[in-house]
Design a protein around this ligand. Sequence first.
Ligand code: ZN
Ligand code: ZN
Length: 259
Amino acid sequence: MADTLLNIQFQEACATDMCPFCALTLSRTRRYLSRLLYEYATAPDIHMRFARAFGLCEWHGRMLVEVTEEERSDGLAAAILYETVLNQLLTTLDEIAPPQPHRRAVGRHKPSTRLLHSQETCPLCDFETRADTDLIRTFVDELEASGLGNPLMQSYLRSARACRPHLSMLLSECRNRQTLKMPELVEGLVRDYRAALRALADTLSAFIAKHDYTRQSELPEAERESWIRAVELCGGGRHGPYRHSGTRHTPADNERRQQ
Ligand SMILES: [Zn+2]
Ligand SMILES: [Zn+2]
């Protein structure tokens, strides 16, 4: 039986209109970033990690700015971390083109622009990958222990369903285990997914068929937004909903509303 906190968090993720695995990983990554800024911004190992990666990737850099602004912080924690990153960049630039080139023998120095490639992946991308893998493993552990009837699965069956990348991870995890229960679980997951996909495809077709003679505003929201749901389901939504409309929300939105 999964711990109570996971059950609550997974239920919240299933209540969003997103893939519950994407929604949960997104909220965990945001929480990790928040802790990192306010508890570990001066930790030497975190500084080393940021320096080697030359900071965060574009997506997580945007998340850092967003989280800092939402928490009404003045950005001091981010400034402390990025001071180290900028110093690392300056050191690297000196290696590519020394500030006093005349001291070196002409022709002997071969600057490599590859030095600007980060030696490590973005620290938050790493966290996200680990969080995702742990979540999928725990979910499959639960299915293995108590089958399709367990509470996490029941919550999942009321959700918007996994995106294609997360379905792929789920099925791979099931297949890798090769236990007796797995073929039945894979069949159950795929049967449910096929039905959910069929329903979305029918909604999409209804939207297309009515498009010429019905005003957009008169269409049901599910049909109006079916194309966005299709894009999201195929590509995954770990970086948040593709568009915010009236009823779509994420765990992060819920957290913000409670503040
Ligand atoms: Zn997903
Ligand atoms: Zn990243």
